[in-house]
Design a protein around this ligand. Structure first.
Ligand code: AMP
Ligand code: MN
Ligand code: MN
Ligand code: MN
Length: 284
């Protein structure tokens, strides 16, 4: 059951067509304005390529203030952990180098996924997924859309379950950089690193605490306390952990577009009491 919602004008985790979202960066900004969002971060998977277009669209009277963001895929002892970076300099060379490494990793993973799917009877898997991704980084969501289009399953969620998760025919093991590396790219670029949707990793309490310790040790400062992909109770639990570990608390829907199954923008509950709001730490 999803958590109860009340309007929240802040959203620091969203996707555009620069990764696997369905709205263009400027479309996303317009949508955010319609939904009453005042502070927005565009956090595409492993790329900042949508930021320039988003920045051009933002900053109008009714539009949100835009924060530079990215969501980096990392490896922490075999777990794929997503690290959101916020409020950094997108031109910083260390970050640029890191993200071009990510682009290469995504490309070689996509080739691996395509080969596996072909063996499973999916024709033109690479080109099919590529057509959905444009020239951006290829993700599993693009393969999912192609498989739905080809009639392999009724919707993307089913495709993930049958083809794209661990143990399924199109799965390629996590080859992302280690968590501390990605944190460093973000912090060197002047940004704040945040553990994205911490309740989604299905870690035991002990493992989650270990992750948070390692993340803090690496220079990470934020925890996504309120997430559109959290269930009832998760936000409260994460608020407790943020307070305990001294993390800045973030809020993000993980919005991917109107036809996607995560939450709409502007519908997140506010931060639970006692959290240190991450946006207080943003530079002017
Ligand atoms: P990737 O980073 O390429 O491994 O893809 C992860 C992305 O796939 C997530 O950000 C979601 O957009 C999407 N995704 C993950 N799990 C599912 C699912 N069960 N159904 C639909 N989309 C999913
Ligand atoms: Mn995604
Ligand atoms: Mn994620
Ligand atoms: Mn995301």
């Amino acid at each position: 059951m999803p958590a109860a919602h009340s309007p929240n004008p802040i959203d620091l985790h969203t996707h555009s067509t620069a990764s696997d979202g369905q709205l263009s960066p400027s479309g996303l900004i317009r949508h955010a304005a319609e939904k009453g969002i005042r502070l927005l971060a565009l956090t595409d998977h492993d790329t900042t390529d949508g930021l320039a277009e988003a920045r051009n669209q933002a900053g109008g009277e009714d539009g949100p203030r835009l924060i530079a963001g990215v969501e980096i895929s990392t490896n922490w002892f075999g777990h794929s952990i997503h690290v959101v970076g916020l409020d950094f300099d997108p031109a910083h060379p260390d970050l640029r180098r890191g993200l071009s490494e990510q682009a290469r990793r995504r490309e070689s993973r996509a080739i691996g996924i395509a080969e596996r799917l072909e063996k499973h009877g999916v024709k033109n898997a690479y080109q099919g997924a590529r057509a959905f991704a444009g020239d951006g980084p290829l993700g599993r969501a693009h393969f999912a859309r192609y498989l739905v289009q080809q009639g392999f399953a009724g919707d993307e969620r089913k495709v993930f379950k049958r083809y794209l998760i661990r143990g399924k025919p199109g799965y390629v093991a996590n080859q992302w950089p280690r968590l501390p590396e990605a944190v460093e790219w973000i912090t060197r670029a002047g940004g704040i690193a945040v553990v994205a949707h911490p309740a989604r990793y299905k870690l035991t309490r002990t493992k989650l605490r270990e992750l948070l310790l390692a993340f803090r040790e690496a220079g990470g400062r934020g925890l996504e306390v309120v997430s559109g992909s959290h269930h009832a109770g998760d936000n409260q639990q994460m608020a407790g952990l943020a307070r305990q570990f001294g993390f800045l608390a973030s809020v993000g829907s993980d919005y991917h577009g109107p036809r996607y199954f995560w939450l709409e923008m502007g519908r997140l509950p506010p931060l639970p009491p006692g959290c240190a709001a991450i946006w207080e730490a943003f530079q002017e």
